[in-house]
Design a protein around this ligand. Structure first.
Ligand code: TRP
Ligand code: ZN
Length: 520
């Protein structure tokens, strides 16, 4: 998304539950452990495999042997191909492209559910740097048929993980690239060990894009630093419903497309697209603190609205709880999507979070359901509104969403905040990797989730409640709609504290072994 120069410069989530289980099955002393309820009422065998642990020392996890991750057919390269043009992200150097700032994506899909294929026409309106002769998009796993630039046929080439499009010499600094292609994608596994891509289901499909999956079904500037506006126009005659980010503009049918449009800038990894035998439920809007009524649209497998009611009912109290602590809800809508996927999945897709219906059976609202619903809602503030500038900044999403989840679990008497923090602090004494400099294979590991929430709790104790919550609210409102670095967060924290915090962040965020006691 274009940001004017005057502006200075968020499995059971597989990862999420893995982190919860790691703390539980780790070397936590029993007198600590029994102060919080058993975190995993869901049988371990229903959980998907955890992401590959770092080579030196595997994360202890109850989920290690389970294998319910969607079938892998197109594993993404662990190492970037040498010639790929990218933004030199420390973890994913090939993603994104210098000199490119996408303003909007207009995604038109014609989906043949039975054949598990689609035809696509994507209009990408993008600012391009004056000296740029080629537009480099991330695109992998499908063949492009034709490309237009500003309506005229353009020369293009698919090279390794990129779609390279020649730009005419006499062009504006904003161009519209139209990419036509067909695809029969079948998901895969990211180098981080999580399922990413387009997953066909019985009667439909869904997508998972974090961190590098969007490019496997959608040519895009697939890096969290580039937010854009989005419009989806999807025809899927065989499916009851198509759900995408934003507001429903047109309800589809046998020949009509489903049209969704979003007015909040969004990174590619947050795209929500679910197709199949579902029902959309326009629930009562929620009165926000600001006085605005927030539209709420949930998605459930057809005929299951009643079982899911108890989960819908968590949204309003959670919303009020988080608004009080993090400030105004930052988006134009919200909802919960319970989908036909293997259990152990949760993802903060923007404005409508994704959950596996299998984890919310029989309407039982327990520890795990509270944890997941709170975690993904909190991401709408941490990650979706203020997104990470690079993948190394992921703790700004996951550590804060995990801390928010701890706060909610405490609020509903599922677990005491201080006990959760203490258990995670002890589990963090493992000397594996720092939270601030994660590795690809352990990007979604314990140090990013509960291990990082330990840092957030320590920061709260270091600053005091008043400065801590003022910092969070200032950070979120001042940076809404942008992508930010950890350095910017530290600077903002120092501004709030009125003192240098280098020592604090060196010890807690960047050290492999953080302190073993919280600040008092
Ligand atoms: N961001 C998710 C969470 O809330 C975790 C996640 C990352 C994920 N990539 C994913 C979940 C891919 C499912 C598939 O913690
Ligand atoms: Zn998360």
């Amino acid at each position: 998304m274009y940001q004017p120069a005057r502006r200075a410069a968020p499995l059971l989530s597989f990862a999420l539950l893995m982190a919860a289980c790691a703390a539980d099955s780790g070397d936590v002393s029993s007198e600590r452990a029994d102060t919080i309820p058993a975190p995993a009422p869901t049988p371990a065998s229903t959980l998907p495999a955890e992401p590959e642990a770092s080579v030196d020392e595997p994360v202890p996890s109850a989920t290690e042997t389970a294998t319910t991750v969607p079938a892998t057919t197109t594993d993404l390269p662990a190492e970037p191909v040498e010639f790929s043009q990218g933004l030199d992200d420390r973890l994913f150097p090939e993603l994104g492209a210098p000199g490119v700032d996408v303003l909007s994506y207009d995604v038109v899909l014609d989906v043949d559910v039975a054949a598990e294929t689609f035809d696509a026409m994507i209009d990408i309106t993008t600012a391009v740097a004056p000296n740029l002769s080629q537009l480099s998009l991330d695109a992998i796993g499908f063949d492009v048929d034709t490309v237009l630039v500003d309506g005229a046929a353009a020369v293009f080439e698919q090279s390794f993980e990129e779609l390279l499009i020649d730009l005419p010499a006499n062009r504006d600094d904003v161009v519209v690239a139209t990419v036509n292609y067909s695809a029969s994608p079948d998901g895969g596994t990211s180098a981080v060990g999580l399922p990413v891509g387009w997953f066909p289901t019985e009667g439909g499909a869904y997508v998972l894009n974090e961190p590098d999956g969007a490019r496997t079904w959608l040519p895009s500037n697939d890096h969290p630093s580039d937010k854009a506006l989005w419009r989806f126009e999807v025809t899927a005659p065989e499916a009851d419903v198509v759900s995408a980010n934003g507001t429903l503009i047109q309800r589809g049918g046998a020949t009509e497309a489903w049209i969704w449009e979003s007015e909040d800038p969004m990174s590619t990894y947050l795209v929500h697209l679910v197709i199949g035998d579902y029902e959309l439920i326009e629930d009562a809007s929620i009165a926000l603190e600001s006085g605005t009524d927030l539209p709420i649209t949930h998605l459930v497998p057809s005929g299951t609205a009643d079982v899911h009611r108890v989960f819908f009912e968590q949204t309003a109290p959670q919303m009020a709880f988080f608004e009080e602590r993090f400030g105004p809800y930052p988006l134009s809508e919200y909802g919960l999507a319970f989908i036909d996927s293997p259990p152990g999945l949760a993802m903060e897709t923007q404005g409508r979070s994704l959950f596996a219906a299998a984890d919310f059976r029989r309407g039982e609202l327990g520890f795990i359901q509270h944890l997941l619903l709170a975690h993904e809602l909190a991401h709408q503030w941490f990650g979706n509104t203020v997104s990470p500038a690079t993948w190394s900044d992921l703790w700004l999403n996951e550590s804060f969403a995990t801390y928010a989840q701890w706060l909610w679990l405490d609020e509903v008497d599922q677990a005491v905040l201080e006990s959760q923090a203490e258990v995670a602090l002890q589990a963090r004494q493992n000397g594996r990797q720092s939270t601030g400099e994660p590795s690809v294979s352990n990007l979604f590991g314990f140090e990013t989730y509960d291990g990082g929430a330990v840092i957030v709790h320590a920061l709260r104790l270091e600053l005091g409640d008043e400065a801590f919550f003022a910092l969070l609210q200032g950070w979120l409102t001042e940076n809404a709609g942008s992508s930010q670095t950890t350095a910017a967060f530290i600077e903002r924290a120092e501004q709030e504290a009125g003192r240098d915090l280098t020592g604090f962040f060196d010890a807690w965020l960047y050290a492999v072994d953080p302190p073993d006691e919280f600040p008092s």
